[in-house]
Design a protein around this ligand. Structure first.
Ligand SMILES: C[S@@+](CC[C@H](N)C(=O)[O-])C[C@H]1O[C@@H](n2cnc3c(N)ncnc32)[C@H](O)[C@@H]1O
Length: 580
């Protein structure tokens, strides 16, 4: 049996327990060198997300009928990432892949560029850092276009705690809940300290945000139970802070609100601004829209616990796309926060298990997305390698073959629709859009399409430039990926560089302790009227079909430091068991 057939049998055969390494090294029936086999299998798993894409786009499997998806990714790995196929020149496996070398190479280059990497070395560094080509997607390489800084080793994820200004102050919490904590100036020293150390770091970008050691648990504290403190990842605090809500904005909409982290953050920021400016109003000024009625219940409870009932009106079951922006009810809305469902690829922990992702043979479907609505899809892996041990694919589960590319394309179409819909609100002058995705398709590409839209040009929407951003985020150094921002149509006022610099990205594992995240602001110049040269707005987005696949909603997990869980776990004083 060749090296590749042996590797394929390891990847698709029954697990049998033990680590991947021990299973290879202890298997005396294998003919290939264990070191060679282990390197091939583990590296192919790491690169499989990208290799899957290359194989699918080259249509290799529809031509080479004898190749299985596993063999295809193994061979593509050696052809594209190593020195070539380890087999005799006339070996049928070698021939089956080398005759497609040119096309595979071209698709490999495109896949690299789609992820925003200018060189193979930068892509390799990111894949090594993140342990996979899926996680590296769209990151633009950690620091690649910034300062070439690639962290040498991953640091643990801190616990982030947001102080809720509706109920308390940072000073009060430092004197009570965190009274016996020492302070450190740097996040790195906090993360390098023993996990039991009572230490905190006051964040330098987001006001009222604290970093605590990864294992710190506050869910039993009075402050947590009464909503004085909220567990919320740092990146998740960017959108409300970037929107910078002020009394002059009038009313605000949080269009995709549940479970309510960003809604309550908006309320906290706004109440602080009101307090400082002496503006007082008893009227609610934030509309929290949530399409999913069950999730809206969690939202309501979160709003209540945060003490924000007097500021927030929850519209349970309300689809933002079904709201008429011209209706007078919304006439006072000056700012909109959009944090829609996304692929969730930036969420730490969700994708920690390295997975073998295999290509589909169904290239016809790849070329033409199905029109079926709302089909939820499962994971696209066949085998899962957990902590180095192989878990065979569940026998009773259909193995869906849809590609990530199609998921991203339907998600991004939906995300764009939401932005264009927000642009239609008569008095809106600020929109913030965010995702917990690392994919450029859901981030910079959506921004460019939004800026190129008729409605943006007609109503004079542009990006919120870096110099106009709140001070903490102006200082944030990781910006949008330049190459992913190309494609601005002529006539748009800002350059690609300005747009990329306006976008903010959070990277996993770059030492800042965030999940993978993207956020951008749009602003509208109300001093000049609409551009009537352009065709009148048809309002068409509201009538469009829903997206095919909804993607992840911000499933909040106390273990991962994302506020309360989507199952509705709230600070009741009793810990409920979460469903896994
Ligand atoms: C990523 S989550 C939002 C997380 C929330 N912003 C937070 O920070 O807690 C996306 C939410 O948007 C909701 N959603 C998706 N499409 C929507 C739409 N068209 N109108 C209203 N809500 C929508 C989903 O049900 C989901 O609860």
């Amino acid at each position: 049996m060749s090296l590749y057939h042996e590797a394929a049998s390891i990847l698709t055969g029954p697990g049998g327990g033990g680590s991947l390494k021990s299973r290879i090294y202890n298997n005396r029936a294998l003919k290939s060198s264990p070191a060679h086999l282990y390197a091939l299998v583990s590296e192919t798993i790491k690169w499989s997300d990208l290799l899957r894409e290359v194989v699918e786009r080259s249509q290799l499997l529809s031509v080479e009928k004898k190749l299985t998806p596993v063999l295809a990714v193994l061979l593509a790995h050696d052809l594209l990432l190593r020195s070539g196929i380890a087999a005799a020149a006339s070996h049928p496996l070698k021939l089956s892949i080398t005759r497609h070398k040119t096309r595979l190479n071209a698709e490999f280059v495109k896949a690299r560029l789609r992820r925003g990497f200018s060189s193979i070395d930068a892509l390799r560094a990111s894949v090594d850092l993140h342990g996979g080509s899926g996680k590296a997607l769209g990151n633009g390489g950690p620091g690649e276009e910034k300062d070439g800084r690639v962290p040498t080793r991953p640091l643990p994820h801190p616990r982030w705690v947001r102080i809720n200004a509706l109920r308390t102050t940072l000073e009060a919490q430092l004197k009570t809940t965190f009274a016996d904590y020492s302070h450190t100036d740097t996040l790195v020293s906090l993360l390098e300290a023993p996990p039991t150390e009572k230490m905190l770091h006051i964040d330098r970008h987001i006001p009222d945000l604290l970093a605590l050691p990864p294992r710190a648990d506050f869910t039993n504290t009075v402050a947590y139970m009464q909503g004085d403190i909220i567990l919320q990842d740092k990146a998740s605090c960017f959108p409300a802070y970037l929107l910078d809500p002020s009394p002059e904005d009038g009313e605000l909409i949080d269009a995709c609100a549940a479970p309510g982290n960003k809604t309550t953050h908006l309320a906290s920021l706004l109440s602080e601004r009101r307090r400082v400016s002496g503006t007082s109003t008893k009227n609610p000024s934030i509309w929290a829209l949530e399409r999913d009625k069950t999730r809206a219940e969690t939202l309501k409870r979160m709003v209540e616990t945060a003490g924000a009932n007097h500021m927030i009106t929850v519209k349970a079951g309300q689809d933002f796309l079904r709201v008429d922006p011209g209706n007078e009810v919304w006439g006072g809305v000056g700012a909109i926060l959009l944090d829609p469902s996304c692929s969730g690829s930036g969420i730490v922990g969700r994708d920690e298990i390295p997975r073998l992702i295999l290509p589909s043979r169904d290239t016809e479907r790849q070329a033409k997305p199905s029109n079926k609505k709302k089909r939820k899809r499962g994971p696209i892996h066949e085998s899962t390698v957990s902590g180095g041990s192989i878990i065979p694919p569940p026998q009773d589960r259909e193995i869906p073959s849809d590609s990530i590319t199609h998921r991203l394309s339907s998600l991004s179409a939906f995300q764009l629709k939401l932005i264009l819909h927000a642009f239609r609100f008569q008095s809106a002058r600020k929109v913030v859009y965010s995702t917990c995705s690392i994919h450029a398709e859901e981030n910079e590409h959506v921004v460019i399409r939004a800026l190129n839209s008729d409605i943006a040009r007609r109503r004079r929407w542009s990006v919120l430039r870096r110099e106009g951003q709140v001070v903490g985020l102006r200082k944030w150094s990781t910006r949008g990926t330049l190459s992913a921002c190309e494609g601005l149509e002529s006539g748009y006022g800002d350059t690609t560089e300005v747009v990329a610099d306006a976008c903010l990205r959070c990277l996993i594992g770059d030492g800042e302790g965030t999940i993978g995240f993207f956020v951008v602001g749009f602003v509208r110049d109300l001093t000049i009227g609409e551009d009537n040269e352009l065709a009148p707005d048809s309002g068409a987005t509201a009538d469009c079909d829903e997206e095919e696949w909804e993607g992840f909603s911000d499933i909040l997990d106390p273990e991962l430091n994302h506020a309360w869980s989507s199952s509705g776990e709230m600070p009741t004083g009793k810990k409920k068991k979460r469903k896994k």
